[in-house]
Each structure stands twice: as C-alpha cells, then as structure tokens.
Design a protein around this ligand. Structure first.
Ligand SMILES: CC(C)(COP(=O)([O-])OP(=O)([O-])OC[C@H]1O[C@@H](n2cnc3c(N)ncnc32)[C@H](O)[C@@H]1OP(=O)([O-])[O-])[C@@H](O)C(=O)NCCC(=O)NCCSC(=O)C[C@@](C)(O)CC(=O)[O-]
Length: 335
C-alpha cells in the first residue's frame, strides 16, 4: 500500500498519456454523433450490477460461464464483478476468482468496480486492466454506498485513478443518483455536472451517468445531459438507466438526440443496488440493442445470441426474463 501511495505523484503525469491512448482508440471507433455509419456502444453490466443484489449465492462457475458466453456475442465491454467489502455485498465475494478465471477475449474489456486503494491493490494483483470507480451526486447515497462523503470519495478516487493509470489500467467513472435519490429526492443537474467534470479531469475515459432508482424522464434526463455536456465531451458520456418507472428506453432515445452513444444495459433486465431502496432491474440490454438496431445503429452485437444467454441466466436464477424484446422474439421463434 505504501508503495502504491509513493508513486501517486508521478502517476498523474503517466495518467495523462495513458488516458490519451485510450481516448485515441475510442475516437477511432466513432462513438460520437458525428460522421460515418451510426454506431453505439453497449456496456454490459449484468454480471456485476445484474447479479450483485441476488440474495442466494450464485456459484462461481455459473458466473464464469455466463461471462464467457457474453464474451462471444460481439459485446465489447462486460463489467465483470466488483472488489468491495464482501460483508456488504456477499454476492461479489468471489470477484477475484471470477476475474482471474474467465476467458478474456481479445478486443473485449472487462471492467471491475473498485472503491478504494486497498481494493485497487487486489485488482492489480489479479491483472485487471479496466476498473470503474463509483461516485454519487447524493451525499446520503454516497455515505450509504461507500461510507464517505462526496468530497472524501473524490479525493479517494483521485488516488485510485492516478495509480490505476500509472499501471496502464483504464478508469471509467460512475455517478449514481443523477436525477433522483431514494434518501434526498431530486438532485440538481449542476451538481452532477460538477462531479462529472472532476471525474473526467482525474482521468476517467468515460463518465456513466446513473439513474439509480429509475425516476428520470426525458425531461429531467435531457436537462441533466445538457449540463454535463457543457463540461464533458459528449462522446465521453454514457447513460446507465434502471427501468423502475418504465422510462429507460425513452431516456436512452432522448439522450441519443443529445449525441450520447454509450449505454449501460443488463441482460434480461437483471439488477438492483443493495444501497438504494427502489432500485429495480437495469434496462435490459436486449431491449436497448433491439431499439438501436431498429434505428440503424451498429452495435456489433448478435441479438439472437444475447437472447439465448438472457434465457440461460434467467433459468439459472429461476426468474422470468425481464427483457420484452427477448420474450417476444423467443415466443415468435418457438411458434
Ligand atoms: C467502499 C468500502 C470498501 C468502504 O468501506 P470502509 O469501511 O470505508 O473502508 P475499509 O477499506 O476499511 O473496509 C471496511 C471493511 O471491509 C473490508 N473489505 C473491504 N474490501 C474488501 C474486500 N474486497 N474483501 C474482503 N473484505 C473487504 C475491510 O477489510 C474492512 O474489514 P474490517 O476491518 O472492518 O473487518 C465499502 O463501503 C464497500 O465495499 N461498499 C460496497 C459498495 C458497493 O459495492 N456498492 C454497490 C455497487 S455501486 C452501484 O451499484 C451503483 C452503480 C455503479 O451501479 C450505478 C448506479 O446505478 O447508481
């Protein structure tokens, strides 16, 4: 740990160049709204956000099998697990085993949630190449989720980002509760923009704006994106929707109008946050992909394969598939 801290200063210099390399490779993929074929990127968060709240422990082999299957669908980013306090999130207690045992396909990124330096150290030992840090726009949620205030968390994340980047590890940044919080109610978009700018400046290659409890509508989401776009280039913005109020696809559609091209989704609509009452499933990846393909966006994802895996994991969890597109297509195919 002491070793990690001592390299923190030179790390900020290295950070800049590593971040720029990541930017260059992302730019070549044209996630922005500009010219060329219409492209969008999906960040599959099912293995982490989708599973973290499951009460019954899912055997590690099933998690690994699930991720290995997802790796063959054309997805370019699969958020694999988290390295956090195992007493608080017991479902992710096998995070290190999962990340070390999956088959990491070339061209696929496997980010892992990391909240602090101690856990970054564990991630580095496990040869993790991509991490996600997770801040919040709500003080209360920040304290409940990561046991510190927003300013303390940003201070902590600066160290994590510096050291991660100095090891060549790319860093994605989340902001939870971007329009509403289960404890504080409405959240100001100006506050979200301030935090987004800080995460971006500390070296996050992408800022994922999370509507943790799914209260956003195209009205509140567009205001929030407008404000964040002022301080973070739109091609570095991702939207992470939960579908609690059935608004997720409408919100994604409206963010497309603002130039956002990166969307987090959870296969079969799995998900929920242990620290946010009312955080139900994430928007189903299959539904996002169905909509994007229908609008002429290329995602590189084979939807039929994704649907098979959504059905597989739903069976393993003994629950019905939460994707409407998957249900409709599976029904049509079976008749
Ligand atoms: C952030 C901390 C660590 C701060 O926790 P802390 O108490 O401030 O710091 P700590 O590092 O001293 O850790 C406390 C205890 O946890 C243990 N610990 C710590 N890490 C590990 C580990 N890997 N394996 C085993 N033990 C671990 C550590 O050893 C210690 O044990 P003690 O000394 O008390 O016996 C804690 O609050 C925590 O882990 N919180 C869980 C956060 C979390 O996973 N939240 C859910 C994901 S975020 C989310 O879902 C939102 C998102 C991203 O999807 C977007 C959205 O929709 O909003």
């Amino acid at each position: 740990m002491v070793g990690l801290r001592t390299i923190s200063q030179s790390a900020s210099r290295v950070r800049k160049s590593v971040t720029n390399v990541r930017y260059a490779s992302m730019r070549s993929q044209n996630w922005g709204p500009h010219t060329g074929p219409k492209k969008a990127k999906i960040v599959e968060v099912g293995p982490r956000d989708g599973l973290q709240n499951e009460k019954k422990f899912i055997p590690t082999d099933i998690k690994i099998n699930f991720i290995n299957k997802l790796s063959k669908t054309g997805l370019k980013v699969i958020e694999t697990t988290s390295i956090v306090n195992t007493k608080l999130v017991p479902q992710m207690a096998d995070g290190i085993e999962v990340i070390t045992k999956i088959n990491r396909e070339p061209g696929v990124e496997y980010p892992v949630l990391v909240p602090n330096l101690k856990n970054l150290e564990r991630a580095i030992k496990a040869d993790v190449k991509d991490i996600a840090i997770f801040a919040s726009a709500s003080e209360e949620f920040s304290k409940k989720n990561i046991n510190c205030s927003i300013p303390e968390s940003l201070h902590r994340f600066q160290d994590v980002a510096d050291i991660a980047n100095s090891h060549g590890i790319a860093v994605r940044g989340y902001i939870s509760c971007v329009v509403g919080c289960p404890y504080e109610g409405t959240i100001s978009s100006a506050k979200v923009a301030t935090i987004a700018e800080k995460l971006y400046k500390m070296g996050c290659y992408e800022i994922s704006l999370a509507d943790t409890i799914g209260v956003g509508t195209p009205g509140s989401i567009s205001k929030m994106i407008e404000d964040v776009k002022e301080v973070v280039p739109v091609e570095r913005i991702a939207l992470h929707c939960h579908d609690t109020y059935g608004q997720a696809l409408a919100n994604i559609y409206c963010s497309l109008e603002y130039g956002v091209r990166v969307f987090d989704g959870s296969i079969a609509g799995l998900g929920g946050c242990p620290f946010a009452k009312g955080a139900t499933g994430n928007v189903a990846t299959e539904d996002i992909v169905y909509m994007l393909h229908g609008m002429g966006y290329e995602t590189g994802i084979q939807l039929p394969e994704l649907i098979k895996i959504g059905n597989y994991i739903s069976q393993q969890l003994n629950r019905s598939n939460g994707s409407k597109a998957a249900l409709a297509i599976s029904l049509k195919d079976s008749t």
